[in-house]
Design a protein around this ligand. Structure first.
Ligand SMILES: Cc1cc2nc3c(=O)[nH]c(=O)nc-3n(C[C@H](O)[C@H](O)[C@H](O)COP(=O)(O)OP(=O)(O)OC[C@H]3O[C@@H](n4cnc5c(N)ncnc54)[C@H](O)[C@@H]3O)c2cc1C
Length: 469
């Protein structure tokens, strides 16, 4: 019988346990155990309910275009709980010189696809608008090496597009810095578009035309984001309910790991066990800590993956005058502490009771290196002060909640894919060893689930199955 250890009980570790359990119930000759350091499962996925509000502490949804998360929800029997973002009311603003300016229609991430909204938007200066038109004639870059998102966007559309669009959008997703993030690791689709077409505008227009021509007549476009009616925690709850509790070991503060012959020896909470496979489902710094006794090359690669810390401040209001839409982004150049604010009650239904409002403000250590030294009250006050300046919101919240995540957001900086390829070579020479989760191939919830699914496919490929009858 093959014994498999999973270290870390976030969405990656729980998904791995789910797929292993599914294989075991289908007759695969295996046994698994999950070791979680803390006293709760789900990692950064956590939902709180308060006075009828559904408050996400971490992720609030997943990208619909990436199928793994919705597929897992279906398998968990949560298909009828999936909800779509309210895209019809989607408007996002960028703070420019203290004023909120709507992102114009037809700007697909940072690529302009419609002439009139671009020509008339106050978001860009005349010279950036000229630059957008000229981009149609761009040729692909000769050098095929990696570069930062900032450099990439600057080459195509100039500095203003970096400052006002790329940087705040990426800060909203990664809590990071466009001048350091790798284009090939965080926006591979754009790097590929340039390789094939030179111009991103031409490539995007072409891709849109292809999608339109393939869509069945009258079909509705896929929503941008998907979530669960009662919050992302529903997914964690369903995963936990589907797993045998005896295989889950909580409060494992000091797990240690070492290779012994072809096996892995895990020591934790006074016991010592052998496993044939280990799935490390912890963030890269924790993975490096677990491996501290061996494989210096792997440890070096893991420690080079920077993580930023995040604080999310949720503020509930009985009444608040807000502009229509789902929220706003704050470019670094505005010199504010806040990076983004989501109007939660607008983005998804079922989040706030009646006409009440729920705002979620984000702060990151990439802008505030001392972020986590501030008290909850201080962070709430920063949020309230900036909401007052930006939205003219004077009313006090009926309640506030602050969630802090210490080094939880992986930053795929320039050269990330090359470093991952080096680490993959080392891992290939470590039989039965796998790294899943957000360190290597995507930080989104669907990416983490996919990494777990693929690792389980590898682990179970050699496991004996019951004879067919
Ligand atoms: C504030 C925030 C908002 C986000 N928003 C979104 C979003 O809207 N959509 C989206 O798709 N993604 C979002 N993400 C990213 C996504 O949520 C995460 O990348 C993903 O959930 C990470 O899952 P994981 O299982 O890899 O790691 P984690 O959730 O970090 O779980 C790791 C687990 O390992 C445990 N652990 C750590 N060290 C040890 C050890 N030594 N021994 C045993 N256990 C250990 C931890 O306690 C934890 O339970 C967001 C992230 C954050 C922080």
């Amino acid at each position: 019988m093959k014994r498999i250890a999973i270290i870390g009980g976030g969405i990656a570790g729980l998904s791995a346990a789910f797929y292993l359990e599914k294989a075991r119930r289908a007759g695969a000759d295996l046994q698994w155990a999950l070791f979680e350091k803390s006293d709760r499962l789900g990692g950064v996925i956590r939902t709180e309910r308060h006075d009828g509000f559904v408050i996400e502490a971490g992720p609030d949804s997943f990208l619909s275009i990436k199928p793994d998360a919705a597929r897992l929800c279906q398998e968990l029997g949560l298909g009828n709980q999936l909800i779509s973002s309210n895209d019809a009311s989607r408007k996002t603003y960028i703070l420019v010189k203290g004023q909120l300016v709507q992102i114009p229609h037809g700007l697909e991430f940072m690529v302009p696809t419609r002439i009139w909204p671009m020509a008339t938007t106050p978001l860009f200066s005349f010279s950036t608008k000229l630059r957008m038109a000229a981009e149609l004639f761009s040729a692909a870059r000769k050098d095929s090496g990696d570069e930062s998102v900032g450099d990439f966007v600057r080459r195509h559309f100039g500095q203003e597009m970096v400052d006002r669009v790329a940087e705040p959008l990426l800060a909203g997703v990664y809590g990071g810095n466009a001048e350091r993030l790798s284009i090939r690791a965080v926006l591979p689709r754009f790097a590929e578009m340039e390789r094939q077409h030179g111009s991103l505008v031409r490539a995007t227009l072409r891709a849109k035309a292809q999608v339109r021509s393939k869509a069945p007549a009258g079909s509705k476009p896929q929503p941008l984001f998907t979530s669960l009616k009662n919050g992302m925690q529903q997914m964690v709850g369903a995963l936990v309910a589907a797993l045998p509790q005896a295989s889950i070991r909580m409060r494992q503060q000091n797990v240690s790991l070492r290779p012994v012959n072809d096996d892995w020896q895990i020591e934790s909470a006074g016991s010592s066990e052998r496993f044939q496979e280990v799935l490390l489902a912890v963030p890269a710094p924790a993975a490096a800590g677990l491996l501290r006794q061996f494989h210096p090359g792997l440890i070096e690669g893991l420690t080079r993956i920077e993580y930023t810390s995040t604080a999310a401040v949720a503020l509930a209001y009985d009444q608040a005058e807000l502009p229509p839409g789902h929220g706003f982004l704050v470019p670094r150049s505005e010199g504010r502490k806040m990076m983004a604010c989501t109007f939660v009650h607008k983005k998804f239904s079922h989040r706030a009771p009646g006409d009440k409002k729920l705002l979620r403000c984000f702060f990151s250590s990439s802008r505030m290196p001392d972020l986590l030294t501030h008290s909850d009250e201080a962070l709430q006050q920063f949020a309230r002060d900036e909401l007052k300046d930006i939205l003219g919101l004077n009313a006090g919240p009926t309640f506030a909640r602050t969630f802090r995540w210490d080094r939880a957001m992986a930053q795929y900086e320039t050269g990330h894919l090359e470093r991952v390829a080096e680490m993959d070579k080392i891992i290939a020479a470590m039989p039965g060893f796998h790294i899943i989760g957000n360190s290597f191939h995507g930080i989104g919830v669907p990416d983490c689930i996919k990494s777990a699914r693929l690792a389980v496919e590898q682990v179970t490929s050699g496991v004996s199955q019951p004879a067919a009858v």
